[in-house]
Ligand binder design. Structure first.
Ligand code: UD1
Length: 415
């Protein structure tokens, strides 16, 4: 079990170069199976979810190699269409191999994916769209077997702009020798990154507002591609700097992806300086902002909700949070309360009354972003905190402990 030992009180100060985006690199690695050739991805973060994706690729018969931030995948030798439950359980994004395998082989066998427990996380929208494209879906106990012998042109109107469903449908549509329109597609920047990658491989994809038009059946070849910066990693560090009244310069990011977060932080009295690929945040005092309502892009990201709650726990005033994307994403609240935060929570709403001081406590990282929120609270707290089950955090943040140490945080990792 990985645990972090944190002595709070030091403001975060220094410079952090933002890594490549977890939520982009995972779909790109799945897409490599659909493309079938040799792909080289740079700016890949060293996180556990990337290791899981590489394990899945190797299981499928691909050659996959990582050195530093470069990952090379040669999917030409892929020879399996099944992903075992033990790999599916390790992360939600494992489900993206479904669309990629259907394009490549017309068959895929998976089980329901794991990942953070954030409430019910069905894949009904993925399967609805795949069926519209002509896939047959059969449940065999806990396994799901999909076949798509004859992909059909179609228009799929998603009832909700699901990120994962949009990505899976994009990947499966590459097999359709005619047009597939995905309406009400998710607009997250990671979708745009997947589209750019697929275009670089030869795919014909047009975007108009929230409609993606894919003309499949064209030959695809591998490419070299640089993964976009991780906007959620950047948001987490900005929020941590605000919570600790610090002064951080973040480099190698896209500030325009973070507008919803930086707007709130400005309103909370943080001083933000925006550069071409950088953001600097200085905070002397933090005022509560309200309401904080999560929404699909370009609204406030659900992945930044828990970190923001940790910051609002030490802000002056009251803020109201509304989580609209996931049904059970306030699992960090009990841990924050144990540290002295004043939070009233029910289902998807929380009312946070800022306090002057938090106190160190022992807490279990419940999920990736909830765990990051606990670390932020611990960085503000008087005394020592121990955050256990920190493996969750390392699924999504590269070099988390050394990055924080370099910015003055008193944090140690134990195994
Ligand atoms: C992705 C991100 C995750 C982020 C989320 C929302 C990755 C690897 N993960 O997750 O970090 O928090 O987007 O921005 O990119 N839903 C259904 N049926 C479906 C699919 C989704 O009901 O078939 C629901 C989910 O349960 C959830 C909501 O739709 O309540 C949003 O899910 P979705 O956008 O699909 O998120 P993920 O792709 O799982």
């Amino acid at each position: 079990m990985v645990a972090y030992h944190i002595s709070g009180g030091a403001p975060l100060q220094g410079t952090i170069a933002i890594h490549g985006a977890k939520n982009s690199v995972l779909p790109l690695l799945a897409a490599a199976v659909a493309v079938g050739g040799r792909c080289t991805l740079t700016n890949c973060p060293a996180i556990r979810d990337v290791d899981t994706a590489l394990d899945i690729l190797r299981h499928l018969g691909c050659a996959a190699r990582r050195s530093a931030d470069r990952v090379e995948v040669d999917a030409s030798g892929a020879n399996r269409t099944d992903i075992p439950a033990r790999l599916m359980r390790r992360m939600r994004a494992a489900v993206l191999f479904l669309g990629a395998l259907l394009t490549r082989f017309g068959r895929a066998e998976i089980s329901l994916p794991g990942g953070c427990v954030l409430g019910e996380r069905p894949i009904d929208l993925h399967l609805f769209g795949l069926r519209r494209m002509g896939a047959e879906v059969e449940a065999r106990g806990e396994r799901i077997v999909c076949t798509m012998a004859n992909p059909q042109p179609c228009t799929i109107a998603l009832p909700f702009p699901s990120v994962g469903a949009t990505e899976n449908l994009l990947l499966a549509a590459l097999a359709c020798p005619d047009e597939v329109n995905i309406c009400n597609a998710a607009l997250e920047p990671e979708i745009a990154d997947l589209v750019l990658f697929l275009r670089a491989c030869g795919a014909e994809i047009a975007e108009k507002g929230s409609v993606l038009r894919v003309r499949g059946g064209v030959p695809l070849t591998g490419c070299a591609y640089r993964v976009m910066p991780d906007r959620i990693e950047a948001a987490t560090y900005l929020i941590a700097a605000a919570a600790t009244r610090g002064d951080l310069l973040l480099t190698e990011l896209c500030p325009e992806h973070l507008t919803a977060v930086t707007e709130l932080l400005s309103r909370a009295s943080c001083e933000l300086t925006v550069g071409g690929h950088s953001l600097r945040l200085r905070c002397r005092s933090l005022r509560a902002v309200s309401p904080i309502r999560t929404a699909p892009y370009d609204g406030f990201p659900t992945d930044a909700q828990a970190p923001m709650m940790a910051a609002m726990a030490v802000a002056e005033g009251v803020s109201v949070f509304e989580e609209t994307i996931f049904s059970d994403r306030l699992r960090h609240v009990p841990a924050l309360r144990r540290m002295g935060a004043q939070i009233l929570a029910a289902k998807t709403h929380a009312v946070v009354t800022g306090v002057k001081t938090l106190y160190g406590a022992r807490a279990e990282a419940t999920d990736l972003r909830g765990g990051a929120a606990m670390v932020i609270a611990a960085l503000c707290a008087q005394g020592e905190s121990v955050i256990t089950e920190a493996e969750h955090i390392e699924r999504g943040y590269a070099d988390f402990v050394p990055v924080l140490q370099a910015c003055g945080a008193a944090i140690e990792r134990s195994n």
